[in-house]
Design a protein around this ligand. Sequence first.
Ligand SMILES: Nc1ncnc2c1ncn2[C@@H]1O[C@H](COP(=O)(O)OP(=O)(O)O)[C@@H](O)[C@H]1O
Ligand SMILES: [Mg+2]
Length: 353
Amino acid sequence: MTSSSVNTLAQPLGEMPPDAIVFGRTDAMQAVRDRLTKLAGANVPVLIQGESGTGKDIIARMIHAASPWRTGPWVKVNCPAIPGTLLESELFGYEKGAFTGAYGMKPGRVEMAHRGTLFLDEISELDMSLQSKLLQLLQDGQFCRIGAQEDKKVEVRVVCATNRKLEQEIENGTFRSDLFYRINVVNLHLPPLRERATDIPELVAYFLEYHNRKYNCRARALSNELMSELRKYHWPGNIRELENLIKRYVILGNEEVISSDLTPRDSNFFNADLPVDGQISLKKLTRQAVRELERKVILKVLQNCHWNRKQAARALSISYRALLYKIRDAGLPSNRVVKRREEDAPKRDVAAD
Ligand SMILES: Nc1ncnc2c1ncn2[C@@H]1O[C@H](COP(=O)(O)OP(=O)(O)O)[C@@H](O)[C@H]1O
Ligand SMILES: [Mg+2]
């Protein structure tokens, strides 16, 4: 996706999953659907909050598609993708001669969204001065191109999204509370996928069918064991991660690619207590982290292959000899008799390795 984009009817909003898939069955998503239906017709700002990959983009596009200005422009601005100094001219435009290099007038994204939807993605990235300009836009529909003498008026539906807790940003003094109240007239909170585990089988079936069709493949439905593993997984990348896994499975055609891609919950090495005021050896830490990750991936694949080491080596795309070496090197048990002890063992502390 480009950092900012304008869609008109000539450029449709892209293929959307059916509503039943987007909203699934959980109460939290049903509440989102109810709110979306109620708010779509009214031109009020909407704030969509949720972790990365929970569907904020999709929901924003649905709001536009259901609004009275659905035939108007859909303008998306991905705030962090545009360097701070450029963001102001990108959003509000400039007059000829406003600054060195401004050889002609350029309208901003706000103007382009006239009688349509302006979607500001990752709104917490706006600096304080842009936050003030946005506040003015929301208060009286007016804004000023850089270098212009007069304000201009525009009619836009503003939809904002963030994966951050804006309340916390306000407390830190990096987000204006008055702007927060303006953009937060209606709030849609998208739950993380781990809180929507009941929806996982339908999502999997949908992505499987979709990518089989797209890549002209015939990958089969997942086994019950893998499906139950997916339902228990913590999904740090949410639906985007699930979709990517299924895409890889469709293209590569074996379930091992999925199991080995599930990152262990405690794989965040930055949680380890680093000696911040002492000496840190980046090389050493990185080596430890890589070894620990390798060890976990190998253990996982061995479990999935029912401890068949030849099959595990194939799934890992390494030679049988290399796998035997790595099993020994990582201190993993060499056969299934002792594997239970290993699986039940307490987690090792990476930094203390
Ligand atoms: N509710 C959903 N139903 C089906 N697919 C979804 C859903 N939410 C997200 N996706 C898929 O996951 C990916 C990420 O969604 P996106 O809307 O870009 O998330 P966000 O903007 O919150 O990071 C997209 O490719 C989309 O196809
Ligand atoms: Mg997004």
